[in-house]
Design a protein around this ligand. Structure first.
Ligand SMILES: [Zn+2]
Length: 170
């Protein structure tokens, strides 16, 4: 059985627990979390979140891509969030990956994507760069509360990078 079949069965058996009648789509804690899609990041217990509290935006790396900015812009402008937390992690699949080899593999399949993989060598430097990009993104209505964390899946520790320094730069 493919996962999708099992997922449908599970959901069908849990409708009473999954239903959220009357719960607002506007995040209760007015925060959006941008995080890596890595399986080891269990964001709800990590950040003390409950359903309804936050928008969760995930992609490979937890990188500030154009599409992440699209989602964060919608989160702030349409649904009232004011704070952004970015969560990257040690041992990321993009850490040390080869941008060139990935592009070559795609080219062999006849694809020349408009996006880059986003491979990086230094998680903390990458996060600092991401935070700076968010702080200069006018797509966002509120840029005062943007912080960045790195999770270590081996120890469970979450550390802050950049100290939340610097407000909107533009
Ligand atoms: Zn990752």
């Amino acid at each position: 059985m493919r996962n999708a079949d099992e997922m449908l069965e599970i959901a069908a058996a849990r409708t009473s627990e999954l239903a959220a009648p009357g719960l607002s789509p506007r995040p209760r804690r007015r925060v959006a979390v941008l995080a890596c899609m890595d399986t080891r990041l269990d964001l709800f217990p990590m950040l003390g979140l409950q359903r309804g509290d936050a928008h969760i935006i995930r992609n490979a790396g937890g990188l500030v891509t154009d599409d992440a900015i699209r989602s964060l812009s919608a989160s702030q402008r349409l649904l009232g969030t004011e704070e952004i937390v970015v969560v990257m992690h040690d041992g990321c699949g993009l850490h040390g990956a080869s941008e060139d080899e990935f592009a070559q593999a795609l080219a062999l399949d006849g694809v020349l994507p408009t996006w880059r993989l986003g491979a990086f060598e230094d998680v903390e430097a990458t996060l600092v760069h991401s935070l700076a990009r968010l702080r200069s993104s006018r797509e966002l209505r509120t840029r005062e509360y943007i912080r960045g964390f790195v999770f270590n899946p081996e120890t469970g520790a979450l550390r802050e990078v950049d100290g939340g320094a610097g407000g909107p730069s533009a």
